[in-house]
Ligand binder design. Structure first.
Ligand code: NAD
Length: 484
């Protein structure tokens, strides 16, 4: 029985704005359902930021997170003005929470939605991609942001999506990527998806190019079950998916890692509703349901989720989901929690009851796997140049002066990825940011690249960065220029 369990220590943050009210309501419901938890409360958010801590979290709080490994977090307010780092991103990345899991289910006909029957879980990669935050301004005209995908990171999130599907009785995993354009990064994603899918023959799998996949998700979400995608795509589409279930205000999310996991609502601190006892605690409560599964108390998760479904079904609604004529009663935050507590032990009759499998419980967390190193050969170098003129033939002449006969020769110049030399088209728009590709005849070495750079300095070339071109086990580790 859940009451005989040893309480599991969890770190709790009440947050800002409506945070304290919805955390209070959520913890009350979880405990009434028999959650065996022992809370360590930490302070995060606005007050911490305003004390001058730009990360929004203090050293003692990190210690608590490391100790309990479970973080139940209410929304926080980020103070206006620059200089404050996102506490969420810092916590997720510092503690290795690689997977963001966001269930999005419609509550038709009790909460208005265009998509009755929608029941999708978005699994989003949480640490890599453009969120590595490595950005540079390189010329007057051009800025860049590095999109980083690692093989272990990609494999891990895809494997987690299949493990999640397995643990939750889900039938299909869909992958969204843009591998028709980004053949190396998104191509890796699709390739690993196909490899990992083979290990889960009992689960259907499919891949969609993200643009058409996103359109299908918005127009006909019922055809999807679990959808896995990279960080930026997942950030955008998980909000779309939550919104089309009826309200972002109902959404919960789990940030899962090997060492620590965080459970939170997807909405913010709604400062204008703070202190009025009106906010809907659902997002945070359902995050608590995900947390109970994670800490091995799926029976409590099931009890709370079903009582919540019954409350929604009985028309007991907070202001944000209340509809005149359809809802039975408009209630406050605390009354909503009371109504759920009264229904603990009941299951919904019209909505599909929640079921958390007591045998499988939380999905296995795959380790990040490393492959043996490949044979890596240097075959060329891309030299990026800041050059304010427009004629690529002139630039080619300058760059060719730095060639070394028979060893490192200029092969191509592109501008914003489109080949402009040799045989470029005059219509191609050109910025002041040029990529000059030099290729070795056969295999090269870094010393020869350094010598090339010395010659370029002599020619007065304003090079801004280089990218080495490698082959890995004979496979090119670089893309071709558009039109090359
Ligand atoms: P918000 O999600 O706080 O509010 C948007 C709207 O949704 C508001 O009109 C609010 O009335 C309504 N709303 C949100 N949650 C609700 C609930 N539980 N019940 C009823 N209505 C609800 O977004 P915002 O106004 O853009 O941001 C406010 C603050 O929250 C900002 O400081 C922002 O940085 C922060 N924020 C924090 C998190 C987080 O901690 N994870 C996430 C998003 C935003």
């Amino acid at each position: 029985m859940s009451t005989e369990r040893t309480p599991v220590p969890i770190t709790v943050a009440y947050g800002d704005g409506i945070g304290p009210e919805i955390m209070d309501a959520s913890l009350r419901v979880l405990k009434a359902a028999g959650a065996a938890i022992a809370e360590e409360v930490i302070e995060i958010g606005e007050a911490v930021y305003l004390k001058g801590n730009t990360a929004g979290i203090e050293p003692d709080s990190w210690e608590s997170l490391r100790r309990t490994k479970v973080f139940y977090k209410a929304p926080i307010t980020t103070p206006q003005g620059g200089g404050y780092k996102s506490m969420n991103v810092t916590v997720r990345k510092s503690l290795g929470m690689f997977a963001n899991v966001r269930p999005c289910a419609s509550m038709h006909p009790f909460i208005a939605t265009k998509h009755p029957g929608m029941d999708v879980v978005i699994v989003r990669e949480n640490e890599e991609d453009l969120y590595a935050g490595i950005e540079h301004r390189q010329t007057d005209e051009v800025f860049q942001c590095l999109k980083l995908f690692s093989r272990p990171g990609t494999e891990r999130i895809i494997r987690y999506a299949f493990e999640y599907a397995k643990a939750n009785g889900r039938k299909k995993v869909t992958c969204f990527s843009k591998d028709n354009i980004m053949k190396l990064t998104d191509g890796l994603y699709h390739k690993i998806f196909d490899e990992v899918a083979k290990e889960y023959p009992e689960i259907e799998n499919e891949h969609w190019i993200i643009d058409i996949g996103a359109a299908k998700l918005a127009a006909n979400p019922n055809q999807f079950d679990v959808v896995v995608m990279a960080n930026l795509y997942g950030d955008i589409l998980s909000d779309v998916a939550a919104e089309i279930t009826g309200s972002v205000g109902l959404g919960s999310s789990a940030n899962i890692g090997e060492y620590c996991s965080m459970f939170e609502a997807i909405h913010g601190s709604a400062p204008r509703r703070a202190g009025q006892n009106v906010a809907n605690p659902t997002g945070l409560l359902l995050a608590g349901v995900q947390m109970m599964v994670h800490i091995g108390q799926p029976d409590v998760a099931e009890k709370v989720h079903n009582a919540w479904l019954k409350t929604i079904e009985d028309g007991v609604h907070t202001y944000d989901i209340y509809t005149e004529g359809e809802s039975a009663k408009k209630v406050s935050t605390s009354e909503f929690a009371d109504a759920i507590i009264e229904r603990l032990g009941q299951t919904p009759t019209r909505l599909k009851p929640a079921h958390y499998d007591k045998s499988t419980g939380a999905p296995a967390i795959p380790a990040a796997k490393r492959l043996p190193a490949a044979q890596k050969d240097l075959v060329g170098v891309d030299v990026f140049v800041h050059w304010a003129h427009q004629n690529p033939d002139e630039l080619a002449e300058i760059m060719k002066k730095a060639e070394s006969e028979g060893a490192l020769e200029l092969a191509m110049i592109s501008n914003r990825g489109t080949k402009v030399w040799p045989n470029g088209m005059p219509e191609t728009f050109k910025t002041d940011h040029w990529r000059c590709r030099f290729m070795f005849e056969g295999r090269g070495n870094r010393g020869a690249v350094a010598e090339l750079m010395t010659r370029l300095v002599r020619e007065g070339v304003d090079f801004i960065k280089t990218e080495h071109l490698y082959e890995f086990d004979g496979e090119p580790g670089y893309s071709l220029g558009q039109g090359q």
